[in-house]
Design a protein around this ligand. Structure first.
Ligand code: ATP
Length: 232
């Protein structure tokens, strides 16, 4: 099920951004990535999809329902953003390919099949793509937009070999490519560099230190109220 922001998005065939993650917890790096992707890449909106049981990493520190609630708080009031709880609601491991297949099947036939979808990933997640389930099929279902992230250069020379080849074949220097086909290209975009990670925030909170200004106050208040990430 999808929750829209407080203004309904107009029907549009402009590219739709898809932003998956563990969001354990969601932070300002995630928010700026989605906001700047929407602006730089001309996206109609960004659909946030928290992973229920992320398949390619260890179990998250807090329950899926809490991570979903934190993303809901973080994106509240941004009309470009919507929240998709399908992966959180599922008991299956969260894989991106079936999620994209579901999104392709939504709506009215051809419109959904033809609409450009743009999977948003940070440079670290992009380098790990060959570890994802059925990863080569991703390019049949969506474009991929890679955000620069401090400490993770986007350099084909440093990518795993099968991904480096695909990067050279599919990379386009122009975001305009995204609107010209439903899927298949790779673009990159520079965002305000923010060396924030959920790992760092979990560590600070675990040590009883301040994580203020690394994530929205509303999310921090929720964390305090629910006693998340504290040592005991
Ligand atoms: P963790 O530290 O637990 O691994 P994380 O901060 O990397 O978490 P995720 O939920 O794993 O957050 O990331 C979701 C997506 O957001 C990934 O594609 C990741 O690369 C990207 N991302 C996270 N933080 C940043 C950041 N500061 N700058 C750019 N991209 C980011």
């Amino acid at each position: 099920m999808t929750e829209q922001g407080d203004v309904a998005a107009p029907l549009s065939t402009a590219p739709l951004g898809i932003f998956g993650g563990t969001f354990d917890p969601v932070h300002l790096g995630h928010l700026r990535l989605a906001e700047e992707a929407a602006e730089h890449l001309g996206l109609a909106g960004v659909r946030w999809i928290p992973a229920g049981r992320p398949a390619h990493r260890g179990p998250p520190s807090v329950a899926a329902a809490s991570r979903l609630a934190m993303v809901r708080l973080a994106i509240a009031g941004n009309p470009r953003f919507s929240l998709d709880d399908a992966e959180v609601a599922s008991t299956e491991p969260s894989y991106t390919v079936p999620t994209l297949e579901r999104l392709r099947g939504e709506g009215a036939g051809e419109a959904a099949a033809e609409r450009p979808l743009v999977l948003l990933v940070g440079a670290d997640a992009f380098a790990g793509l060959p570890g994802w389930h059925d990863w080569q099929r991703l390019f049949e279902l969506a474009h991929i937009a890679v955000a620069h992230r401090p400490g993770f250069p986007i350099d084909p020379g440093q990518l795993p070999q099968p991904l480096a080849e695909i990067f050279r074949e599919r990379f386009s220097p122009s975001p305009a490519t995204l609107a010209s086909a439903p899927a298949g290209s790779i673009v990159s975009f520079a965002m305000t560099p923010l060396a924030i990670s959920a790992t760092q925030i979990r560590a600070l909170l675990g040590e009883g230190r301040s994580a203020r200004y690394l994530l929205p106050d509303s999310v921090l208040d929720y964390i305090r109220r629910e006693h998340l990430y504290c040592r005991n």
